[in-house]
Design a protein around this ligand. Structure first.
Ligand SMILES: Cc1cc2nc3c(=O)[nH]c(=O)nc-3n(C[C@H](O)[C@H](O)[C@H](O)COP(=O)(O)OP(=O)(O)OC[C@H]3O[C@@H](n4cnc5c(N)ncnc54)[C@H](O)[C@@H]3O)c2cc1C
Length: 364
């Protein structure tokens, strides 16, 4: 297969200077200290995170923003919370210094929405651990130095059967393949095959059996970050559409003056304002309390908001939207907000299971 790339045992990453350069620049500018505080514990300052992602989204490409989001909101905080042995603390320190890029590999060969069915295994055997399995659609798979891999150490669906392993992507037995997509430039998204990857035991992250508990905590913050990025994308798309329609004439009047167009643009602004209000109201609860219900509400809202706003803006931009790098491409990439990090249906299931809590929050 021509598109298969197996990383050599050593050497430079395949590509992805963008995300690497971005984390190096952020660290150099002191932004990571602002984000995590002078003594990082795994807590993320949500407003700094939002600002950094908004700045990255304005620069593009959006695939680089995705890689930054995983690094800043999820992978590095999870590593920081769990790193104790010298192997993990060295990688954590390199990442905090902007010298290392991380991937976070949870999605397996099986349905990503059914995490407790994942088949990647970690065998715990004395001083060594052995990892086997396949991870698909992993951001930064092609570009990262290490992946945090969610694996099972015991069969069965029980919550405590899973553990995180820090896997160097240059280790023997690791094969990296690019995902076959034209989208998400800069994301380094790809698939990992882990075939008899033998590592010393100090590559385990956190206590054995804490894998899903840690995943839930840190996914809540990833959902907060992804909603922040969603707001910025929608804001940019609405402003761009507004600008284009002001310059477009139909029946000798700017298209922007059509009542139908005005109302549809206003509807987009209302949708994104609602998402912004929800983000603002829930950001501390998610960042500090890892509130999974609030994060599920926010994730569901951002998936549906992005879809609605992008559909309207893309329609209003007409044929020009299909130009290279135009809004139709952005719209295709933005569909990831309703799938990546938990499909809308899955987070709605979470909300349905906690409906009383959600409704009680609305009591005056
Ligand atoms: C660009 C990109 C980057 C990604 N990066 C990462 C990463 O860095 N790390 C990582 O671990 N994963 C990553 N993913 C994977 C992502 O998290 C999964 O795609 C997601 O969890 C959904 O899993 P799936 O694709 O296997 O869809 P499936 O689980 O097969 O679901 C397919 C569809 O079925 C529907 N569905 C699923 N469950 C239900 C349900 N309970 N009720 C009703 N309908 C349902 C939904 O419409 C869903 O979209 C990435 C994906 C993309 C596209």
């Amino acid at each position: 297969m021509p598109d298969v790339r197996t990383r050599p045992a050593s050497g430079p990453p395949v590509s992805g200077a963008d995300a690497r350069q971005a984390v190096a620049e952020l660290a150099g500018a002191g932004a990571l200290t602002e984000l995590y505080g002078p003594r990082p514990t795994g807590r993320v300052d949500p407003r700094t995170l939002r600002r950094l992602l908004a700045e990255a989204a304005a620069r593009g490409p959006q695939g680089t923003v995705l890689a930054l989001l995983v690094q800043l909101a999820t992978a590095l905080p999870l590593l920081t919370e769990t790193a104790q042995a010298p192997t993990a603390t060295a990688v954590r320190d390199a990442a905090l210094g902007g010298r290392a890029l991380l991937a976070l590999a949870a999605t397996d060969e099986q349905a990503g929405s059914d995490l407790t069915a994942l088949t990647t295994t970690v065998d715990l055997d004395g001083d060594q651990v052995t990892v086997n399995g396949t991870k698909r659609w992993v951001t930064s798979a092609l570009t990262a130095d290490h992946a945090l891999v969610l694996a099972r150490h015991r069969p069965g669906r029980h919550f405590t059967n899973f553990t995180w392993v820090l896997v160097p992507l240059t280790a023997p037995g690791v094969t990296v393949r690019p995902a076959a997509t034209e989208l998400f430039e800069g994301s380094g998204v790809g698939h990992l095959e882990l075939s008899g990857v033998v590592l010393s035991r100090d590559h385990l992250l956190g206590r054995t059996g804490r894998g899903l508990a840690l995943f839930a905590r840190h996914m809540a913050v990833e959902r907060l970050a992804s909603a922040a990025w969603a707001i910025e994308l929608c804001r940019g798309a609405i402003a761009d559409t507004d600008r284009r329609l002001r310059a477009r004439q139909v029946d000798d009047a700017p298209l922007r003056e059509s009542a139908s167009v005005r109302q549809r643009l206003a509807d987009c602004a209302v949708q994104v304002s609602s998402l912004h209000a929800l983000w603002t109201a829930s950001c501390d609860r998610i960042a500090d309390g890892h509130d999974a219900t609030a994060a599920a509400v926010l994730k569901a809202a951002s998936g549906t908001t992005v879809e609605r706003v992008m559909t309207i803006c893309a329609q209003l931009q007409g044929a020009d939207g299909f130009g290279t790098g135009g809004i139709q491409q952005l719209r295709a990439e933005a569909a990831v907000f309703a799938i990546g990090g938990g499909a809308t249906e899955v987070v709605l299931d979470t909300v349905a299971g906690r409906l009383d809590t959600v409704l009680n929050e609305l009591t005056p």
